[in-house]
Design a binder for this molecule. Structure first.
Ligand code: GDP
Length: 195
């Protein structure tokens, strides 16, 4: 769908570095290690598109990729590092708030949540921030190949319960595995269908 037409554009650390808002934009967010890079690579059909930019201590950039002719894919740094200094977290939250509030072309945030556990407290904090910014978000469960027995169903149910408390939440969640390539086509179709 987007193969061969997805390229890294730039990493942004401040609002004045943002590319012009002349394309429809979707954004990927999630806790560090949730499987975000793997999912972005699977969705775009490229091997090493999402750079490993979420190592603790590294500069936290908002990474912009062009997706086909008329879209941007935006990769937010992973959140939830316990060891991140408060000043850094605050600075990052300021940029994130400014981005979410100030980006008219941002259609949806895909909020990645680990399919083994469902939404955690730090995920709920991001959901509240998205509510406050009035940006629609859709939960994408990752690593769906990992849970055993009915653990995946339980994580889905738990996450749905959380979503009902968040006005900005899109009610349907997407269940994915980058490893088994499940849910990838669904996610691609959602992105491609966005107007
Ligand atoms: P990020 O920090 O959110 O970008 O996460 P990565 O994409 O780097 O993945 C973190 C770890 O989870 C890596 O060891 C991946 O191999 C693993 N992982 C990512 N996606 C999947 C998946 O769909 N299934 C399984 N079993 N492991 C995955």
């Amino acid at each position: 769908l987007f193969a061969g037409a997805c390229d890294f554009l730039k990493g942004v650390v401040a609002m004045d570095g943002m590319p012009p808002d002349d394309r429809i934009e979707v954004c990927f967010a999630g806790r560090s290690n949730v499987g975000k890079s793997s999912l972005i690579n699977a969705v775009t059909g490229r091997k090493a598109l999402a750079r490993a930019s979420n190592t603790p201590g590294r500069t936290q950039e908002i990474n912009f990729f062009t997706l086909g002719e008329d879209r941007y894919l935006v990769d937010l740094p992973g959140y939830g590092f316990a060891e991140a200094p408060k000043a850094k977290v605050d600075q990052w939250q300021q940029l994130l708030k400014a981005y979410l509030a100030g980006r008219a072309t941002l259609r949806r945030v895909f909020l990645l949540i680990d399919g083994r556990h469902g939404a955690k407290k730090v995920d709920e904090e991001i959901m509240s921030l998205l509510d406050a910014s009035a940006v629609t978000f859709q939960v994408v469960l990752t690593k769906a190949d990992k849970p055993r027995g009915d653990d995946l169903e339980k994580a889905i149910e738990r996450t749905r319960t959380v979503l009902r408390q968040h006005p900005a939440a899109f009610p349907e969640l997407i269940v994915t595995s980058s490893e088994k390539k499940t849910g990838i086509e669904t996610l691609r179709a959602v992105i491609a269908g966005m107007e």
